[in-house]
Design a binder for this molecule. Structure first.
Ligand SMILES: C[S@@+](CC[C@H](N)C(=O)[O-])C[C@H]1O[C@@H](n2cnc3c(N)ncnc32)[C@H](O)[C@@H]1O
Length: 351
């Protein structure tokens, strides 16, 4: 990869962050793209990146933004913390003098953040999943068994612990400290009771909600400007820590084959669900997941249904907006329930 392509990846990420309501993060990205030099380990590694730096590849700008935000939150460089939100940022020259300095001086802290992909757990996506469960509750009237693939820390595996306003209806746990009120377009989802009989999740790198390092890591990857998202993440982590979601460490396809029996299970609606995770599974893993769903679905009945609830960025929507798609067995029909903002902040309900 050329240095110019790396700089372009930061410029492109800057535009994305700014458009998504994170102007400070966008500005830091832009300044790095324009002004980073090869002085110091971080500059050398970034400008000499051998993989694909862009969002579609290694998401290098987001790795570095995560490291800088973690550094600002840690308080180990007070001057950097002082320019990060919620503080009002100074002008470009002052921001760059600070960021350019820490990129060199704090290489030992920042360099490890370049080693691996960003890992998030976006609670806002629970709003879309909950709307999908309401559709299933309306159709079958059964308690649910949830199987979440690529669950991260499991904050969406415990979606029934949050409270929701979805269109004109209220759902979830009344009085929950985590409240989700996405901007809603279209008719409201059906009113109903969502009872979770059991839940399980898998991630190849599950994060323990009781580990302070998990909090630091997940918060670092939320853009520093997005104070509401950060507050919501912290509230969800507090809630989850009281009763941690059961997330196994495994590959999603291996785990589903081991945990989703093809035998029908009467009296529960089994739901395999995932949010912004499927694209990271190998093509072979995706095929095995679809095969297990089809095999289990083939034996499903009205009393023992199976559902596949997917919140994923599909290539057939404008700007690759995530869609909420639901396949239900018996029958195996797929319905597009909604098109959504990537963090679940807007839901355009389609049925
Ligand atoms: C972008 S994150 C999304 C996390 C969470 N679903 C959310 O929406 O906040 C993708 C997750 O998929 C996990 N993952 C990627 N490949 C996997 C695999 N083959 N098996 C299990 N988990 C995987 C990653 O570790 C990461 O936690």
């Amino acid at each position: 990869m050329t240095e110019a392509a790396v700089r372009q990846a930061f410029a492109d990420q800057a535009v994305i962050c700014t458009a998504a309501g994170a102007p400070f993060t966008g500005r830091v990205c832009r300044l790095i793209g324009e002004r980073l030099t090869a002085e110091g380990e971080v500059g050398r590694r970034v400008l000499g990146w051998t993989g694909v730096a862009s969002h579609q590849g290694d998401a290098l700008p987001l790795r570095l933004m995560g490291g800088l935000h973690a550094l600002a939150r840690s308080g180990r460089d007070k001057a950097l913390s002082a320019i990060y939100p919620p503080a009002t940022a100074p002008d470009d020259e002052a921001v760059w003098s600070m960021v350019g300095r820490v990129l060199v001086e704090q290489a030992a802290f920042l360099s490890p953040w370049l080693d691996g992909p960003p890992q998030t757990n976006e609670v806002g996506r629970s709003a879309a999943l909950m709307a999908g469960l309401l559709v299933l509750a309306d159709r079958f009237g059964l308690p649910f068994a949830l199987y979440e693939l690529g669950a991260s820390a499991g904050l969406n595996t415990v979606l029934d612990r949050y409270s929701y306003r979805l269109g004109e209806i209220e759902a979830g746990m009344v009085g929950s400290p985590v409240r989700l009120t996405p901007t809603w377009t279209g008719v409201s989802p059906p009113r109903g009771d969502v009872e979770i009989a059991r839940r399980a999740g898998v991630d190849r790198n599950p994060l323990d909600v009781r580990d302070p390092a998990t909090r630091a890591r997940l918060a670092a990857y939320v853009w520093a400007d997005q104070r509401e998202r950060l507050a919501r993440l912290e509230a969800a982590l507090d809630l989850a820590a009281a009763d941690p979601p059961p997330i196994d460490q495994a590959d999603a396809a291996d785990w589903l084959e081991a945990n989703l029996s093809t035998a029908p299970e009467t009296g529960v609606c089994r739901v395999v669900m995932h949010t912004i995770a499927y694209q990271y599974f190998s093509p072979e893993g995706q095929a095995r997941i679809r095969a297990r769903l089809a095999a289990t679905g083939a034996r499903a009945t009205e009393d023992a249904p199976l559902a596949w609830l997917s919140f994923e960025a599909m290539s057939d929507t404008v700007d690759r907006r995530p869609t909420l798609d639901l396949t239900v067995w018996p029958g195996g029909e797929t319905q597009r329930l909604a098109i959504c903002q990537p963090h679940g902040a807007e839901i355009d309900w389609k049925i």
